[in-house]
Design a binder for this molecule. Structure first.
Ligand SMILES: CC(C)(COP(=O)(O)OP(=O)(O)OC[C@H]1O[C@@H](n2cnc3c(N)ncnc32)[C@H](O)[C@@H]1OP(=O)(O)O)[C@@H](O)C(=O)NCCC(=O)NCCS
Length: 252
């Protein structure tokens, strides 16, 4: 893993993807936050200000700053110059200046991540492990029958974590496709290997027109409290290499 200030330049090859992460609570300097806010468009500032709770406003601001400063590590475009558009399902993408870079974002209490690739579809999801118990009953409704059956079978003590592993992977795939809930969540399922999590397979039912050979997945614990899943489009048997990069203050 590398750590990088916002002015560190990074090269991104076609066979690589970079997973940038930051703990928003580490950014507290008012002058830095003001500089970060100045990088945003009026719309982004309005979106940030609409959140009721200060913590959510902070996360939203840092997310916008993280994306802008991350993208600017790969080329000569200043962070404030990026303009984003959304696809029909609300996925943010680079609008201008045109770029081959693709990215996807996820945020939850205490962690923001941004997955970046060159031309490949990418999706990322971060979830807080503390939430698993609360959501367990959603499995029967939203998971594929194979996944729900595994959850019923595993030891009760393992169930919340296993639930969240499936959930995080499902979100990462849905986000890589950029289609949101237009994809039926029961239409695909994951095989989680018992030990090494480097051979995660997706299976599709006929409800989804996709090919399992087109995707690779990772699932990792981030500290004690978070789980992060990535979905990266591949174009052959050779895996895409994903490296972790910590973005550190000052970001702006
Ligand atoms: C956006 C979505 C895809 C994920 O939302 P989430 O898990 O609550 O939130 P995350 O923090 O992981 O992701 C939010 C980010 O995803 C991005 N995003 C929004 N729509 C997206 C889409 N259609 N595809 C990919 N990314 C999207 C945005 O950057 C957004 O952050 P921003 O608004 O600050 O820019 C959500 O709208 C959704 O449809 N989720 C599926 C809900 C569900 O039932 N999942 C069950 C899985 S088992």
């Amino acid at each position: 893993m590398t750590t990088a200030r916002n002015d560190t330049r990074v090269t991104l090859g076609g066979r690589h993807a970079h997973l940038w992460w930051i703990r928003p609570d580490t950014l507290t300097d008012p002058a830095e936050l003001a500089r970060g806010r100045a990088l945003l468009t009026d719309d982004e500032r309005e979106k940030t200000d609409r959140f009721r709770f200060a913590r959510d406003r902070h996360t939203c601001l840092i997310t916008r700053v993280l994306v802008r400063t991350t993208l600017s590590r790969y080329c000569d475009i200043p962070p404030a110059r990026w303009r984003f558009r959304t696809n029909d399902h609300a996925r943010p993408e680079i609008g201008t200046p045109p770029s081959t870079i693709r990215f996807n974002l996820s945020h939850t209490n205490g962690l923001i991540v941004c997955l970046v690739s060159r031309g490949r579809e990418v999706g990322v999801d971060v979830e807080s492990l503390n939430r698993a118990n609360r959501w367990l009953d959603l499995a029967e409704r939203f998971f594929a029958p194979r996944e729900a059956a595994v959850l019923r079978r595993v030891d009760a003590s393992e169930r919340p974590t296993r639930f969240l592993e499936y959930w995080t992977l499902k979100e990462a795939y849905v986000k890589a496709r950029g289609l949101g809930l237009a994809i039926p969540l029961t239409g695909f399922s994951f095989d989680l290997p018992a030990r090494a999590l480097d051979d995660i397979r997706i299976r599709f039912t006929p409800a989804i027109d996709d090919d399992d050979a087109r995707w690779q997945f990772t699932l990792e614990r981030f500290g004690r409290d978070h789980l992060v899943a990535t979905a990266v489009q591949r174009d052959g048997p050779e895996p895409v290499r994903i490296t972790l990069h910590e973005a550190v203050a000052p970001l702006a």
